[in-house]
Design a protein around this ligand. Sequence first.
Ligand SMILES: [Zn+2]
Length: 319
Amino acid sequence: MRKLSTLLLLALALLGPVLAPAQTLKVTLLGTGAPIPNIERFGPSILVEAGPTKLLFDCGRGVSQRLWQLRIPLGTVNTVFFTHLHSDHVVGFPDLWLTGWLPGVYGRRATPLRLFGPAGTQAMAAALKQAYAWDLGVRADQGPPSAGATVAATDIAAGVVFEQDGVRVTAFEVAHGEHLKPAFGYRVDYAGRSVVLSGDTGFSENLIRAAQGTDLLVHEVAAARPELLRASETARQILSYHTLPEDAARVFNRVKPRLAVYSHIVLLTTDPAVPPPAAAELLPRTRATYAGPLELGEDLMTIEIGPEFAVRRFVPVKR
Ligand SMILES: [Zn+2]
């Protein structure tokens, strides 16, 4: 009997790594754009799947469509973090919240939606409840569980803001301009793997500190044509809150991630006579001084950090 149990333990020890679900950190760029209402690049939003735990960072325009392109029911995404409250980062939230509560297969949220963000997040959630009071009232009579319509909002400060099922989320302040405070970046740690999301920021020493040792660094980037920058104070000011491709190279050289990926791609124009720069110009400008692995993000690009480290682009499937 003793021999049998020893054998059983031995077999379990050998099979363990095969039987246990892979502890993979999976990052999907749902939207890689900025305020520009572009059909190719939806508003900023990143899904991080740490094993079975789904975390959503920012809710830009089109977040619900992108999730459903992946056939991820909106009602299964129950934990949301805002980097800051600029409208391009939050405008998709009411859609995710309310459509995710509907009884259709794309919705079915039955538990409260947890929302974490900088000061002002709780007030925004309360105001949205007011704004959608009519919808919340009439649909409550039609049957979806009322808990699914609840937003449990928390105003956070820098530090560990979420710890559950082996997943730790740490918020850190970034440099998005003196009058745009607070603005956060986030680091997610899970099973010895990690991803850092810059949020909106200029060159940030604090980000470099928080990102040390990370596998994946998803960083914003912004550019405009030189003639626009010479002529427009507004354009110069906007770019001062963001990171130029050359400055991103300085960040990547200090952090040395296994992979750096651009998302929240700002190709600025404020003058109809001056076209925006092409996205294809961004990587060469960074690579002039940075030789490490670097990708230009695109909507629905997935980066898997697990037994293998893989970057996949979305291939639409007819269903
Ligand atoms: Zn912003």
